[in-house]
Design a protein around this ligand. Structure first.
Ligand code: SAM
Ligand code: SF4
Length: 267
């Protein structure tokens, strides 16, 4: 469906949880975040209903599952199954930190997931551990291998270019992706509160003039733009009204957001 600036909106990014098994320095404070209460988080059935109404009435064709970390959400495989059963949804993808991927990749593929983006900012185990505050890079390598084996392809690697990343490291990541037949996309470190954002290199994010996305937070807010405070509650407004409001009020360009962070809207 067209928004107020005649952009065709057909892509819904769903944050299925604000929980995460890592604490990346650019995403979360070291002490963690104020978590949503369990009873605030949408049930899997409600998420699927939002997707179904989005597909039937508002032209949603593509879905990406994100988080927090989507693979820590219980029932994630059955959610993929429910989404796959919705008419008009052509593609379901996922952005994950890859830590639990080797465990779930095969089931996810069978359930109907098309492909995955895996976040990996360094190939150096110590640096990786520092950036993620404790992650084991070997788990991510296993996740990448399994994703390739079960053909959750093309596997894309999301690299956040941090102020601290050095050129040498980025070159190694580029070589690794070439050798392993992975697509690489770079995201410059952003700050929602100050409105520091940039286009994704090798991807489509961050280009407002062709933005085709809406986002659903784990607690049920439809957000028309990552860099905006606008958020329409499906619980208060109902699903259709929330979709209509998000579409009609999608801003021409992003500015700043103080209401949601990367950890609960999913980037
Ligand atoms: N936990 C999953 C993961 O890390 O892939 C999914 C959620 S994470 C918030 C989604 C994407 O947002 C990741 O690729 C992550 O690197 C990126 N991200 C998080 N904080 C960011 C920031 N401040 N600037 C740019 N990208 C960020
Ligand atoms: Fe977790 Fe992803 Fe944020 Fe890292 S970027 S803390 S893995 S949600």
């Amino acid at each position: 469906m067209l928004d107020g600036y005649k952009r065709e909106i057909n892509y819904l990014r769903i944050s299925v949880t604000d929980r995460c098994n890592l604490r990346c320095t650019y995403c979360m404070p070291a002490e963690g975040i104020q978590l949503m209460r369990h009873d605030e988080v949408l049930s899997l059935e409600k998420i699927a209903e939002v997707a179904r109404i989005g597909a039937e009435k508002f032209g949603i064709k593509k879905i990406r599952l994100t988080g927090g970390e989507p693979l820590v959400r219980k029932g994630i495989v059955s959610l993929v199954k429910m989404l796959k059963a919705i008419e008009h949804i052509d593609e379901i993808s996922m952005t994950t930190n890859g830590i639990l991927l080797s465990k779930y990749a095969s089931e996810l593929k069978e359930a109907g997931l098309s492909r995955v983006n895996i976040s990996l900012d360094s190939l150096n185990p110590d640096k990786f551990k520092d950036v993620t505050r404790g992650g084991n890079i070997e788990d991510v390598f296993k996740g990448i291998e399994t994703a390739k084996e079960v053909q959750l392809t093309p596997v894309k690697i999301n690299v956040v270019k941090m102020d601290s990343s050095n050129k040498d490291e980025l070159e190694k990541l580029e070589e690794f992706c070439q050798q392993e037949e992975l697509k690489i996309q770079y995201i410059k470190q952003m700050n929602l509160e100050t409105g520091t954002f940039s286009q994704v290199e090798g991807g489509q994010g961050g280009n407002c003039s062709i933005c085709n996305r809406l986002r659903l937070s784990a607690d049920g807010y439809l957000k028309p733009c990552l860099f905006s405070n606008q958020a329409y509650s499906i619980k208060e407004l109902g699903i259709e009204k929330a979709f209509n409001s998000a579409l009609q009020n999608k801003p021409e360009k992003g500015k700043t957001s103080h209401k949601h962070g990367f950890y609960n809207i999913g980037g």
